[in-house]
Design a protein around this ligand. Structure first.
Ligand SMILES: C[S@@+](CC[C@H](N)C(=O)[O-])C[C@H]1O[C@@H](n2cnc3c(N)ncnc32)[C@H](O)[C@@H]1O
Length: 193
């Protein structure tokens, strides 16, 4: 089954230009990846899996005004979520120049007005409160909780994209929920969860 069919089967509410933007994104990613090695996802099947995993949480996330994605790399999940959530202001923080340049290029080429790319480590970013903080394949949950301290308040939610070892990373007392799909464990954290 292809990516579009799989996502449509999930009945995700996606904007009309989502699949057009994804197609353009993939074309650019494959071109850039040959020269700059932006991501380990080299073939279409793996990239499609990454995109599916990135966007799937739209099925369970509450509406949010703004989102911070820590360590976006070549776009996962923050850039893909931004394409799926045009009403959400999405900040992508990524310190590696070639990856930040790629994110900036995609923002310009696809005219993603809701995207801001910040080329630095998240520790260097000025404090600002986001309703949602996401991260995938950057570091462990306790470190992500530390890194996100200046960017959340008691109403914020955190969504970390994890593997099956997620349960080892959850400390007692943490208000959370794990949402499991065939590829992924999503760790959703928040005071009212
Ligand atoms: C393994 S890659 C994962 C990229 C992307 N999230 C994904 O799932 O494909 C980790 C990324 O996190 C970034 N990173 C590591 N430490 C960071 C920090 N302190 N602040 C922001 N980004 C960071 C790295 O530059 C790298 O691009």
């Amino acid at each position: 089954m292809n990516l579009k069919t799989e996502l449509l089967e999930e009945k995700l509410k996606l904007p009309d230009d989502f699949f057009h933007n994804i197609q353009k994104y993939k074309e650019h990613l494959f071109k850039w990846n040959k020269i700059h090695n932006l991501t380990g996802a080299k073939d279409e099947k793996t990239v499609d899996e990454f995109i599916y995993d990135a966007v799937f949480p739209i099925s369970f996330l509450p509406k949010c005004k703004n989102l911070l994605d820590i360590g976006t790399g070549a776009g996962f999940p923050g850039l893909i979520l931004a394409m799926g959530l045009p009403e959400t202001q999405v900040t992508l923080v990524e310190p590696i120049a070639k990856r930040a340049s790629f994110l900036q290029f995609i923002k310009a080429d696809l005219e993603l007005d809701n995207v801001k790319v910040v080329k630095m480590r998240v520790e260097e970013m000025q404090s600002e409160i986001f309703e949602l903080v996401t991260s995938r394949a950057v570091t462990e949950t306790d470190m992500l909780l530390k890194l996100s301290e200046n960017f959340r308040d008691k109403h914020s939610k955190l969504l970390f994209y994890k593997g099956e070892r997620v349960y080892d990373e959850v400390t007692p007392g943490l208000k959370h929920k794990v949402i499991k799909t065939k590829n992924r464990h999503y760790l959703l954290i928040g005071e009212d969860i």
